[in-house]
Design a protein around this ligand. Structure first.
Ligand code: MTE
Ligand code: MO
Length: 498
């Protein structure tokens, strides 16, 4: 046996790691895509990191946090694969051990996941070590003949092509979600959406449109791969501290009393001035109807809703039982079946509560219980109750913009869900607060757009905004970060007139 060249050794490591991942991915594609080894490792990572790190990632990458994680993982895996190759220039064992150890990490991650399927990780491990040992043997012949040289290259090429095909096949393997969404679209109840009055937004002045198109609706969740469910398989068990358990199918939901509501959803991780807030029409079954039918037992405190990928949220039962709260098990968003990213086939939405305590997507289980049990984010130090805090944001001018001196329109949004916005004021360069013009009111569960016309001299200016809710309470001015129950403080932007 001769020493492998550096390039060849590194290539063998990379090909082995790539084939391992592709093989596992293919196997996972036939069952549950979330058991694909890189997805399982990433998912375990997301669940294990301390709470601050996820906030940091969201702050840094926004909703691209998952792409950032997958890219980071790809870099680490490639580095380990190259190291495995380089350490095996003389003997196969060190590299094979590294690849094997990496496979075991994947296996451990798979077993730690709620899906708990080990097969894809086991296949990855076997393929990784097998390809590594095989190519290593072919590549390190002493004084190779032309035939042996070509055989090594051809085998490597075949493995690369095979791995590529396996990876693509594993990704495109149909889950039936798209077909199910089409079928649901045909069965949606013809419930008229609440009308949005004219003048509800100031789009021409820089606010977002009143209704957020679904493709622009913010997305936040812990799911590295979006769960792909089918409405025909969907069942929900409502159990725990109830008189009678309910077991519902998707058709059961369609046949119940339905409500259509316009709701502004907000994420507790939204920084002051952030964009993790959107508005849509939702149609679904009132949660209070289900709780009344099941009969909530005395002493019950929260409803823990769980998603198909093991995420959970705990919502106060007293909020859900309010007859006029408008909490829904929603299956329709903006006139269409829920998008896969937004929880198809069924999610919960509760006006006035941050998403982390209420908006469970890919909902599969609902348990009435006490606060002794902790849901996903409470286990990570976030607060139990998550009422949305009154906030406002300036959308135009943008930070650092250069606008002509003279008349300038400042515009933005304000929100105090389930209470409603009564006033927005703005302040220029630390001067007196002055009223902004409010857009037409749509309801207390949605955001409210505002604008103000200013006359500004050339130079740098600072504008701040402040919202007051319908109880007359202004938003909190003290600056606080998003942990543990949502950010407070005034949004402020600096721009130049000239
Ligand atoms: N299954 C599941 N549902 C979830 C989450 C999650 O991580 N997993 N995140 C919640 C959070 S923190 C928010 S803010 C909302 C966001 O909903 P959206 O992505 O549809 O905007 O979903 C909630 N529902
Ligand atoms: Mo959130």
């Amino acid at each position: 046996m001769t020493s492998l060249s550096r390039g060849r050794a590194a290539a063998i490591g990379l090909i082995a790691a790539g084939s391992a991942l592709a093989a596992g991915h293919l196997v996972a594609g036939f069952g549950d895509p979330r058991t694909s080894p890189p997805v399982a490792v990433g998912g375990a990572f997301i669940d294990l990191v301390p709470p601050g790190v996820k906030e940091f990632a969201v702050a840094l990458f926004g909703t691209a946090d998952k792409i950032a994680l997958l890219t980071g993982m790809a870099v680490v895996i490639a580095a380990l694969a190259v190291a495995a190759g380089l350490l095996s220039r003389n003997r196969v064992l060190p590299g094979a051990l590294i690849i094997g150890a990496f496979g075991l990490v994947g296996l451990a991650a798979a077993l730690s996941r709620p899906e708990g399927a080990a097969l894809p990780a086991v296949v990855s491990l076997i393929v990784g070590v097998g390809v590594f040992a095989g190519l290593h043997r072919l590549g390190s012949r002493p004084e190779p003949t032309e035939f042996e040289r070509r055989r090594f290259l051809a085998t490597s090429g075949l493995v690369v092509v095979g791995a590529g095909l396996a990876g693509v096949a594993g990704t495109t393997k149909q889950s039936g979600t798209a077909t199910s969404q089409q079928q649901v679209a045909a069965r949606l109840p013809k419930l008229p959406a609440p009308a949005i009055p004219a003048g509800a937004d100031f789009v021409a002045d820089g606010t977002p449109p009143f209704l957020t198109p679904t493709r622009d609706f913010y997305r936040i969740d812990t799911a590295l791969v979006v769960p792909r469910l089918r409405a025909e398989d969907w069942r929900l068990r409502l159990h725990g501290m109830v008189e009678r358990e309910l077991d519902l199918s998707f058709t059961d939901l369609l046949n119940r009393r339905l409500e259509s509501r316009t709701i502004t959803l907000a994420c507790v991780s939204n920084e002051v001035g952030g964009n993790l807030i959107s508005t849509a029409h939702f149609v679904g079954v009132p949660v209070c109807d289900l709780l009344l039918e099941a009969g909530v037992r005395p002493g019950a405190q929260q409803l823990i809703t769980t998603s198909s990928d093991g995420y959970s949220a705990g919502t106060p039962v007293d909020v859900l039982l309010e007859a006029d709260r408008g909490a829904l098990l929603a299956f329709e968003m903006n006139g269409e079946p829920l998008a896969t990213r937004h929880g198809f086939p069924v999610r919960m939405v509760v006006p006035g509560l941050y998403g982390y305590v209420s908006a469970t997507k890919w909902l599969v289980d609902a348990e009435v219980t006490t606060f002794d049990r902790q849901a996903y984010w409470q286990q990570r130090g976030w607060s139990q109750l998550g009422p949305i805090k009154t906030q406002s944001r300036i959308d135009r001018p943008q930070r650092g913009a250069q606008v002509p001196a003279g008349p300038v329109t400042v515009a933005g949004i304000a929100w105090a869900q389930h209470t409603g916005i009564d006033a927005v004021q703005i302040r220029v360069d630390g001067g007196p607060w002055q009223p902004a013009e409010l857009a037409t009111d749509v309801g207390r569960d949605t955001w409210r757009m505002w604008r103000a016309r200013l006359d500004l001299a050339p130079g740098e200016h600072v504008v701040q905004c402040r919202a007051t809710d319908r109880t007359g309470t202004p938003q909190t001015e003290a600056r606080q970060g998003v942990i543990p129950d949502g950010a407070t403080g005034l949004h402020e932007i600096t721009f130049r007139c000239g």
